[in-house]
Design a binder for this molecule. Structure first.
Ligand code: F3S
Length: 399
């Protein structure tokens, strides 16, 4: 890879340990993927924040970098393993909390915004069309590439951090026009009536367009929450972190419809639900907010819970960013949800919190949430916000 004089100096250690280490990571990555140069990034989103995934070795690595590392661009964090303020009410142990706080402290010393969300675009890390980024979390990467039209590969935690310290990333993969060309035309001939249908659609397309970039037709409109859910699902179940929807996503009009053609019908949506849903009726945890709830979704939960009470033996979590929760506080949504026995899980989510073995069953609106909760040994049910609130109130899945 061709380095500028300034980049070579950084690699030689002129800006200290963290920048040198970061340059080593970026140059190695660039060489592996055939990048010709580094490219400036507008922002970074760092995943790998939960102590569950990092362990002591990861914490040590972060502390080393934090000694002299300071980020050069706007950098935000993915969810951590716990709510940083109310971890006790979510059943997190003091030992875990102590370690998680050390992780957060290391990131804070690096100058990273402790946003702890997979929806950075909702809390102030909003890229521009065409802007180059180094983001990590797969749903956020897919949203940035597809819904916004920015350009980012799906970075690992260390390569995202390296980009933050250098302000650049190797120019390969989805940064280049030639790798952003759709390769399969997906005709959607199914009706999508509720939020979880978008998760099911993502599942169906992910399976049919495995490792490809879909160009989707047949969808006339989509709101932000539906697209956010679809982004999480389509990439979890197999597609690349980039799609086009004709008439909906901004770069679709610049692309030609590919020759390879697949059709998604109502039967595929039904089949997606059948694969995602397990045989279970008693629900121990209901968690909405994967990706993190928008303020609209929180408002809907508050409305649905009005005058109701979460069942004994069932927990109901609303996973969201602290910023969205602060808005919810101001509008009275928090009080309404908590008065009904619901809990906020800010800064964290069902996939990165240490939940393995704690709950046997989960209900959620999210196909991605089901995928990761199965890894945490839970039986899963996916449905609409209404069905999830109903499950929280009765402790049972009814359909
Ligand atoms: Fe976000 Fe966690 Fe889902 S990171 S997309 S809420 S699995």
């Amino acid at each position: 890879m061709q380095l500028t004089k300034q980049e070579q100096k950084m690699l030689d250690g002129a800006e200290g340990y963290a920048v040198r280490k970061s340059m080593e990571i970026l140059v190695a990555l660039g060489d592996i993927y055939g990048a010709k140069s580094l490219i400036k990034v507008g922002s970074v989103q760092v995943a790998g924040v939960s102590y569950s995934n990092l362990s002591d070795a990861g914490l040590e690595f972060l502390n080393e970098l934090a000694k002299d590392g300071k980020v050069k661009v706007l950098t935000t964090l993915n969810p951590a393993g716990m709510d940083l303020e109310n971890w006790r009410s979510l059943g997190i142990s003091p030992e875990f909390a102590e370690k998680q706080n050390l992780v957060i402290d290391a990131f804070r010393r690096m100058g990273i915004l402790v946003s702890c969300t997979c929806t950075p675009y909702l809390i102030g890390n909003l890229p521009l069309f065409g802007e180059h980024l180094a983001w990590s979390e797969s749903s956020a990467v897919t949203f940035a590439n597809s819904v916004i039209g920015a350009r980012t590969n799906k970075e690992g935690g260390p390569s995202a951090l390296a980009a933050a310290f250098v302000g650049k990333t190797p120019c390969y993969g989805l940064h280049l026009d030639e790798n952003r060309v759709p390769d399969v035309h997906v005709q959607v001939k199914a009706e999508l009536t509720k939020l979880s249908d978008w998760g099911a659609l993502g599942y169906a397309i992910g399976k049919k367009a495995e490792n490809k970039i879909p160009y989707i037709t047949g969808i006339e409109t989509a709101d932000l929450d539906s697209l956010k859910s679809f982004c999480a699902s389509v990439v979890t179940y197999g597609a690349k972190p980039l799609f086009y929807i004709k008439g909906v996503t901004p770069a679709a009009c610049q692309q030609k419809q590919p020759k390879e053609n697949v059709i998604v019908e109502q039967a595929d949506i039904k089949e997606a639900y059948a694969s995602i849903n397990d045989q279970v009726s008693d629900i121990e945890l209901v968690c909405v907010g994967c990706p993190h709830c928008s303020i609209n979704e929180i408002a809907k939960v508050a409305e649905l819970l009005d005058g109701k009470r979460v069942a004994e033996g069932t927990e109901f979590w609303v996973a969201t960013s602290r910023t969205a929760k602060q808005l919810a506080d101001k509008h009275g949504y928090t009080q309404a949800i908590e008065a009904a026995g619901g809990k906020f899980a800010c800064d964290t989510c069902m996939a990165v919190a240490p939940l393995k073995g704690r709950f046997k069953s989960l209900a959620t609106t999210s196909a991605k949430g089901c995928f990761y909760s199965r890894q945490n040994l839970m039986k899963t049910k996916m449905g609409s916000m209404e069905e999830c609130v109903e499950a929280a109130v009765t402790g049972k899945w009814s359909s």
